[in-house]
Design a protein around this ligand. Sequence first.
Ligand SMILES: *Cc1c(COP(=O)(O)O)cnc(C)c1O
Length: 655
Amino acid sequence: MNIPSFKSSQWTIEQADNLYGVNHWGGDYFSINSCGDVVINNPHDGDVHPISIMKIIEGMQDRELQMPVLLRFENILDQSISKLNETFQQVINKVGYQNKYQGVYPIKVNQQAQIVEEIAQFGARYNHGFEVGSKAEMIAALSTIEATDSLIICNGYKDQEFIELGLEAIKLGYKCFFVIETLTELPIIVERSQALNIRPHLGVRAKMTSQISGHWGATSGERSVFGLNSNQLIKAVDYLKQHAMLDCLELLHCHLGSQIPNIRDIRGGVVEACRYYADLCNEGAALAYIDLGGGLAVDYTGRQSASGQSRNYSLTEYCEDIVDTIKATLDQQGLPHPVIVTESGRATVAYTSVLLFNVLDVVDFEPESLPQASDNEHQLLKNMREIFTYMKPQRVQECYNDAQYYRDEVRELFKRGQIDLRMRSVAETLYFSILHEIKNTLATMERMPQELAGLADSLADIYYGNFSLFQSLPDSWAIDQLFPIVPIHRLNEEPTRRAMLADITCDCDGKIEKFVVDQKVEKTLPLHSVEQDQEYYLGVFLVGAYQETLGDLHNLFGDTNVVSVRLNADSSFEFVKEVHGDTIEDVLSYVEYQPHEIKTRFRNKVEAAVREGKISARERQHMIKTFNASMQGYTYYEKEEAETQQNSQNVRAIS
Ligand SMILES: *Cc1c(COP(=O)(O)O)cnc(C)c1O
């Protein structure tokens, strides 16, 4: 669908920047260069060194890495850990807080080995540790953690094995905390510690009653399934006292929820946490750590608002609110300042990954030229043609109603066998042309009839992207999560089309119809027109948190290729890691096929065909080769060089 256009010469990079909001959600990391490419900025010694993502895509092509690709920037991960730690430190210095900040990364947010290893390595200088919620995550943390002063915080339900793993970590010198989430695990922890003769580090998770807005609000409040209520907290204290272990209770844990958009909710939650902290101290617990969990939000829409997919605060404000509130509340009670722990996951990893894909096909709903009227044309078709004669703003609703009515009549007659397919085709073409006329008429009107408000969107193009929503953007499907989506190149050209995106699964839910455009949420995204043979690349940004392992094998599209890039100070970059995505053989084995058996069965089939004289032995050999090559191939749409040419010839032959 065309959008009203300015002359292309007037189109500026600034307009593209505002349209796609890169300057709003991109933080210091992403912007657009004068050639119209999206660049990643690599600040170094007070200078920025932008690198075009198109340059990185060229590097992938040279290495025969096919789209879709999940592109990770190690530098961004490093920078977000530095920023979090250093901002807390600055605020602590500024307000004279008498203790330190020590963060942990919750592994569930992105468990991929590369990410966890990079955080362990880079985070060591800040003693940045891990939060784990299962035995598997515990093992991942223990095997990668570098600094022994870093914390390992164990949440979730813990069985004996989990507890023994943690106690062994303590023996190795790690600061491993068990956070008690239910009273049932308390006796096991006490019994195991005594049996192994190890003093555990204990925490309690308090159930928060502060109500939080945003999608994840339900994690907090009375109905939260996590944590101990005040009655249970007292029971835990008494139990530990009885077993002479109250001095092991060193940490209070409060997780308000994820993606908290409103800073006021964070402040409110911290006040409540401090009240628990102070009273547990008064009960005799040796508290020295206050862990505020996750919640630091990512501004996916770039709107800086208190709505769900945004946030109305900066990192500095977040740190100030936490440090100030703890200091003020505990000073009043005359209690020493604890170590401040947070478990930021989303904000730590969201920026590091970008999903890149190419557009495979575009379907537009442009009207074709009107079919010639024949002399004995059916009255219904004549009526439809007539509509063009009274198309004007005052009668636009009437035109729409009429078109709708005649089209439905034609469909009805077709069903009853009274008109043929050819006539129905003429009617549908007329109908489309009328809708386009209506759309053009509406564009001239100040106020449009309510019923017609969605008409323009319904005529938008469909761009088919080489990716699976279910594998790569599960939250877009499951919880309507918005991610910034931007063409990676051609941003110096005005985008003249409006489109929704469809993926290559054959599921009608495999589509994106919600975009942030010009600071508003819209159903269609402005895009550039794509010629045959032309590659067009789109990037889905801020996908580093929660997307990679939640994804599934819908239609058996597997993991995408993953490329990790490190940017150097001189504007060069290195491909530090490449992980090839799943092959067809891989995904089939995930769903319990035996690749070896599949190949044997296919071989038997073609051999039988040779016996029956359907194919020659030579043809058999070719078929087996092709079959085996497919088994080794990528699950996504692979473009062969020859195919691109062949396609364009075919298209020419049809038109
Ligand atoms: C999920 C989770 C986090 C991470 O929250 P983010 O909002 O992603 O930072 C932290 N702590 C706990 C206990 C969690 O369950």
